[in-house]
Design a protein around this ligand. Structure first.
Ligand code: M6R
Length: 361
């Protein structure tokens, strides 16, 4: 059932181009956005996104999309905090719950709290028969197929794709995106499965980097913009399956504390697609190198030409529309964690102390 792979996680990483293409066929038949008309964002004051773990990082990335593409203010929270904070919610808002399983106890409790308090309760789930799907006004399936590995991989990238499409719909509804821009972004999205395949093609190179990273005690991941939550997701992936301590930071926060950790033993993974913040990320990276941190720069070919001098390792990703970089760059982050865990000989699919679905708080 692992289809020739050593672990479910490896299989699920490799499946991403195919399941993403399936989801796109469903949600974008032809050039049209196939989302329910009732999902109308036009008169909303706010969006609230709630989830746990990897799904929470997907929400944090989506915040950048909803804000920049649809000018829609977003609040994002971890379900275990949200549910007990009992926040006031504007009636003219949607609450979106993102969960692979659709059964996570805290996310479900947060969903129940929102019922009757917001205009619409929406879930974004992988399991269409799940409790969350049943209890929401609208459930959007991410169509990733069964995910067995405890570390979430293909569910994450499919969650991102569905959230991105929702942000496009929001942009159309609110008049911040016109048909040309829509077509452009959908074109980029349709090219993404192919780009992911190319990223997976770098697996042996990533495995070599991972073998060196596996020797570290601590690892930092850095990014700006939507790559900041991806940095936290990369760190979560690494810690949960390889048991290496890792943190994700916004590059701009480095000098507010974490740079004190840097010495020649600390690998620093810099997620730097060539977007409008590239130069700023590179200058943070150079501050790390000045303190002898071992920088792994992940960027595209031009980014490598411009900035790889003096780095410990660099890894070239295909060029991608900046909006979609978090989905593409998830692949090397996942493969890095996977191969570090393999190098350490840990139980990749069933890491210690963890369950696939957290149905008790
Ligand atoms: O089923 P859910 O998406 O609600 O699960 C949320 C988290 O428990 C989950 O993403 C967890 O963080 C993963 N083990 C991360 O790889």
């Amino acid at each position: 059932e692992k289809g020739g792979y050593k672990h479910f996680m490896a299989k699920e990483i490799a499946e991403q181009p195919v399941v993403l293409a399936d989801a796109l066929r469903h949600y974008v038949p032809g050039e049209r956005l196939n989302l329910p008309e009732t999902l109308d964002f036009s008169s909303l004051d706010r969006l609230t996104l709630v989830a746990c773990g990897t799904a929470f990082y997907a929400c944090q990335i989506a915040k950048y999309w909803f804000e920049t593409l649809a000018a829609l203010p977003c609040e994002v929270d971890i379900a275990s905090e949200f549910r007990y904070r009992e926040p006031p919610l504007p009636q003219r808002s949607f609450a979106i719950f993102v969960s692979q399983s659709g059964e996570t106890a805290d996310t479900l409790a947060a969903l129940r709290y929102c019922r009757g308090r917001v205009a619409r309760v929406i879930s974004v789930v992988n399991v269409e028969t799940s409790t969350m799907a049943r209890e929401s006004d609208l459930a959007l399936p991410i169509m990733a197929g069964p995910e067995v590995g405890v570390a979430s991989t293909k569910a994450f990238t499919c969650q991102l794709a569905v959230l991105f499409l929702m942000a496009l719909k929001a942009g159309l509804d609110r008049g911040t995106i016109d048909q040309d821009r829509l077509r452009q972004l959908l074109d980029s999205l349709n090219r993404l499965p192919g780009l992911m395949n190319q990223a997976i093609g770098s697996e042996s190179e990533i495995a070599r980097i991972a073998e060196s990273v596996a020797e570290a005690q601590d690892v930092l991941f850095l990014g700006r913009g939507a790559m900041f939550p991806l940095a936290m997701e990369g760190a979560l992936k690494l810690k949960e399956i390889s048991y290496i301590h890792a943190e994700g930071y916004a590059s701009g926060e480095l000098k507010h504390g974490p740079i004190a950790l840097i010495d020649k033993t600390v690998p620093v993974i810099v997620l730097a697609p060539r977007d409008r913040l590239f130069d700023k990320t590179v200058s943070n990276m150079q501050e790390v190198m000045a303190r002898h941190g071992k920088v792994v720069l992940i960027t595209d070919r031009e980014g490598e030409n411009a900035a790889a001098d003096g780095t410990w390792r660099s890894l070239v990703m295909p060029e991608v529309a900046p909006e979609l970089a978090p989905i593409l760059y998830a692949v090397p982050a996942q493969l890095l964690a996977y191969h570090a865990a393999v190098a350490k000989g840990t139980d990749v699919d069933q890491p210690r102390n963890l369950a696939k679905s957290v149905t008790v708080e």
